[in-house]
Design a binder for this molecule. Structure first.
Ligand SMILES: Cc1cc2nc3c(=O)[nH]c(=O)nc-3n(C[C@H](O)[C@H](O)[C@H](O)COP(=O)(O)OP(=O)(O)OC[C@H]3O[C@@H](n4cnc5c(N)ncnc54)[C@H](O)[C@@H]3O)c2cc1C
Length: 373
């Protein structure tokens, strides 16, 4: 079999995004993936395409471009997608102030809603502590489990991309690739290993201080299936999480408020978000624990804090937990995206942190354009 122009290691969203961009640019592409079916961060997330969390400039541009590509691909591959936007709920006046500031910086895509307006549009929101809400139009919801399972078939049938599942790449030397099953070569090689960065170039990741970040996630079943969020939900705690809110003058006060009132949440890196795909189930999370070789156990107190805070945001007290899981992504200490040319042939593209679903398609398009120029 002829050597492909490009071999991509990893069939998470980052690998798939690079495969699509390369095939569109006319390259022959093969993706090699260790597991038989996707198991990484890309199937464990909320499915939130979340431009609002990205700082204006290159990252927001990648996010908005990714959103366009997601819509294109979802349409062609018949995947669930809901351009339902996002709703940030302020539970304290200082959070409401920050939302106002953010809205004035982003007048074209966001609106402030009063509590009454919020409840009228989104009846599942809990009015008890609600101060105001910020609705944003740019967020898109996809179903990560469905998308990651179906995209390889679509990319194969529509773009001729070959996939080898259940095969681990163990070494790369120049243009030569060794796996547990065979040797092959390629003109170019992209390494997109997710949190599993100890197999290929482990010294590179250690040298850069890349860590794993582990998150606790849950799914809830509303008692009546017709209950729909009608958007994706975030609370005030999220304002301390995403860098995009840090330019707002009230950010230090909001952060201080969260440290004072929610110390256990801050310690566990908890902020609470919710998304809903085709089924009535609602995906919620999350917490953030950083390190290497993190323990595989969930902490019930973390789940209870997430559930308790969610009930302040939406009327979810009676909803049953239908599943729980851990997800892990890799994160560079300072860079939101990690790209390094390891040799003429090999490039590492990794560590999109908690925003890989949001950034991958846009970032990959740029990386492949750089390669083919
Ligand atoms: C719980 C959770 C919630 C999140 N929510 C969101 C969200 O809503 N929106 C958002 O934008 N982002 C979110 N993220 C972040 C996002 O999921 C990740 O940034 C993204 O999935 C990373 O994609 P990836 O392709 O780099 O990694 P992965 O999806 O982990 O894929 C890497 C793949 O590479 C394979 N691999 C590794 N080494 C080898 C090898 N040597 N040979 C062959 N195969 C190999 C692995 O088996 C794996 O399948 C979330 C993450 C988590 C964990």
């Amino acid at each position: 079999m002829a050597s492909p122009d490009l071999v991509i290691i990893g069939s998470g969203i980052l690998g798939l995004a690079h495969a699509l961009a390369a095939a569109k640019a006319g390259m022959s592409v093969e993706v090699i993936e260790s597991t038989l079916a996707p198991q990484g961060a890309s199937i464990r997330n909320f499915g939130m395409i979340w431009p609002i969390g990205q700082t204006p400039g290159e990252l927001r541009d990648f996010a908005l471009r990714s959103r366009e590509i997601w819509l294109e691909v979802a349409d062609q591959a018949n995947l669930f997608n809901d351009p339902c936007g996002s709703l940030h709920l302020a539970l304290h006046p200082i959070e409401a102030k920050l939302l106002n500031e953010f809205q004035s910086q982003n007048p074209n895509t966001t609106t402030i809603l009063s509590p009454d307006e919020t409840i009228e549009r989104f009846p599942l929101v809990n009015p008890t502590e609600l101060q105001s809400a910020l609705f944003s139009t740019t967020e898109l919801c996809v179903n990560p489990r469905e998308a990651l399972a179906q995209l390889p078939n679509f990319l194969n049938s529509e773009h001729g991309i070959r996939f080898s599942f259940g095969e681990t790449v163990t070494n790369i030397d120049g243009n030569d690739i060794r796996t547990n099953l065979r040797n092959l070569s390629a003109s170019k090689i992209f390494v997109c290993p997710g949190a599993n960065f100890k197999i290929l170039f482990p010294d590179f990741f250690t040298h850069h201080g890349v860590q794993q970040c582990q998150l606790q996630m849950l799914r809830l079943e509303p008692p009546t299936p017709e209950k729909r969020l009608q958007t994706m939900i975030a609370g005030g705690l999220t304002l301390s999480h995403y860098l995009s809110f840090r330019d707002c003058p009230s950010f230090p006060l909001v952060n201080q408020h969260h440290s004072d009132y929610y110390p256990e949440f801050m310690k566990r890196g908890i902020h609470v978000m919710a998304s809903q795909h085709q089924s009535s189930e609602v995906t919620i999370g999350d917490s953030h624990t950083y390190g290497l070789d993190l323990p595989p156990f969930t902490e019930e107190q973390t789940d209870q804090l997430i559930l308790g805070y969610l009930a302040k945001l939406i009327q979810s007290e009676t909803w049953r937990v239908s599943s729980r899981w851990l997800g892990t992504y890799s994160k560079h200490p300072t860079k939101p995206l990690l790209k390094e040319q390891m040799s003429d042939a090999t490039t590492i593209c990794a560590s999109p942190g908690g925003a890989g679903m949001t950034l991958s398609f846009g970032w990959a398009e740029r990386n492949i354009a750089d390669l083919t120029q």
